[in-house]
Design a protein around this ligand. Structure first.
Ligand SMILES: Cc1cc2nc3c(=O)[nH]c(=O)nc-3n(C[C@H](O)[C@H](O)[C@H](O)COP(=O)(O)OP(=O)(O)OC[C@H]3O[C@@H](n4cnc5c(N)ncnc54)[C@H](O)[C@@H]3O)c2cc1C
Length: 232
């Protein structure tokens, strides 16, 4: 998968997520000609926008992505890990730094509550944060597969539109998973559980929906009403 993130000057920074080894991998792209052929085959629409492709491809670094799931995060009541040191994640949800900031917010609240009782604060902190950072790690991997495999699928795009309609019609009961993770203070584990429950609802609704207009059909609205009654 290649992503392109916009810069303020109107240019884009591209990142290619790719195996190190194998038939299609960084190891297989050793010459400028191999790079051009590969991009022409897999990213033909981007190629004309990258006049310096070969130079930039070889000039920029290649590095690994990791998920850290270590535990405990404290040692001898003296040391406490926060941020990536305790829960680094793959960058596909854009939440790594944010979950580090959440660590700071939770730690600050615990300090307010318990004063300088560090041993107790450390226990509470790691117990509170671990389920949420594990959930975020799963969400980040999930979003990689979603971005790589599904965003060009018309049925997936239709499902997203229908979820938008549900959120507009039932704002108290339905918030898209991405919004729960990105635009709310809901703990990540709760967002993941809600998202999985909402996905099951969508799996039941989508067989009855072939276009966005179908959402208005009385039989679809009846199904939606029944699902929402179950959720309230
Ligand atoms: C490609 C990519 C895209 C990302 N995009 C996003 C995004 O859109 N949104 C988001 O929220 N997050 C994003 N992140 C994640 C974010 O960058 C990290 O979660 C964040 O930087 C972690 O901050 P940190 O302070 O915990 O760790 P770090 O930023 O890793 O800081 C640790 C620091 O400790 C220093 N250090 C290490 N060992 C020692 C030592 N022995 N002595 C002294 N210093 C030491 C390191 O040099 C480093 O400066 C992205 C990450 C990547 C890789």
């Amino acid at each position: 998968m290649m992503i392109a993130l916009p810069n303020l000057d109107g240019s884009f920074n591209c990142t290619l997520f790719f195996p190190y080894e194998g038939a299609k991998s960084f190891a297989a792209l050793q010459t400028p000609a191999q790079v051009r052929t590969f991009f022409a085959e897999h990213f033909a629409d981007a190629l004309p926008l990258m006049p310096d492709l070969e130079t930039e491809f070889f000039a920029n670094p290649t590095s690994s992505l990791v998920t850290v799931r270590c535990f405990p995060w404290s040692y001898n009541d003296d040391v406490l890990l926060l941020g990536d040191a305790s829960h680094a994640i793959v960058p596909f949800y854009g939440q790594g730094m944010n979950s580090g900031f959440e660590d700071c917010a939770v730690l600050a609240e615990l300090l307010e509550e318990h004063g300088a009782d560090w041993p107790h604060i450390m226990r509470r902190f790691e117990a509170m944060r671990k389920p949420n950072t594990d959930a975020m790690a799963d969400l980040a991997v999930y979003n990689f597969y979603e971005m790589r495999d599904r965003v060009a699928d018309p049925r997936f795009l239709l499902q997203k539109k229908i979820e938008g309609r549900l959120a507009a019609q039932f704002p108290a009961q339905w918030q898209p998973l991405y919004s729960q993770v990105t635009f709310s203070h809901l703990p990540y584990a709760e967002a993941l559980a809600n998202g999985q429950a909402q996905e099951q609802v969508m799996q039941r609704l989508m067989p009855h929906i072939q276009s966005e207009a179908d959402y208005e059909r009385p039989e679809v609205q009846a199904l939606v009403a029944a699902e929402m009654a179950l959720r309230s």
